[in-house]
Design a protein around this ligand. Structure first.
Ligand code: DHK
Length: 148
């Protein structure tokens, strides 16, 4: 298999490992990036691992993914619950989209239960900690191999 998976991370995830570790764990974004690269490599896939606190930047990366990526894995952070613009951008992407949340958003505040991104996502993983990213890579590899 060949191709690049875009792994996109939204606001506050740059503080992973420091921010509310009782909810988000002790691993850092750098740890998650290294694990994603290694998991994807086992399938012959590459990863572009990105994080931004800015909605427009996430949208620009999704637009880049249209030309450059076989799949998108996205943890939009709080934009999950607010951003029609990110949903619209994802709707322009033709490959598989996986939505990942480190925490179990259904076990938390009511406002975290609604996701605009889920209207586009082919699968949603929540509450599996940072392992959710690796599970999403497994799923994407399966979906990409089925279309090749
Ligand atoms: C991360 C965030 O920053 C929150 O805003 C979401 C998500 C949940 C997560 O669990 O990874 O509500």
């Amino acid at each position: 298999m060949t191709g690049t998976i875009y792994v996109l991370n939204g606001p506050n995830l740059n503080l992973l490992g420091k921010r509310q570790p009782e909810i988000y764990g002790h691993e850092t974004m750098a740890d998650v990036e290294a694990a994603c690269l290694s998991q994807a490599e086992s399938y012959g896939l590459a990863v572009r691992f990105l994080q931004s606190n800015a909605e427009h930047q996430l949208i620009d990366w999704i637009h880049e993914a249209r030309e450059d990526a076989v799949a998108v894995i996205i943890n939009p952070g709080a934009y999950t619950h607010t951003s029609i613009a990110i949903l619209d951008a994802l709707n322009t992407f033709e490959g598989p989209v996986m939505e990942v949340h480190i925490s179990n958003v259904h076990k938390r505040e009511e406002f975290r239960r609604h996701s605009y991104v889920s209207l586009r996502a082919d699968g949603v993983i929540a509450g599996c900690g940072t392992q959710g990213y690796l599970l999403a890579i497994d799923r994407v590899a399966k979906l990409v191999s089925a279309t090749n």
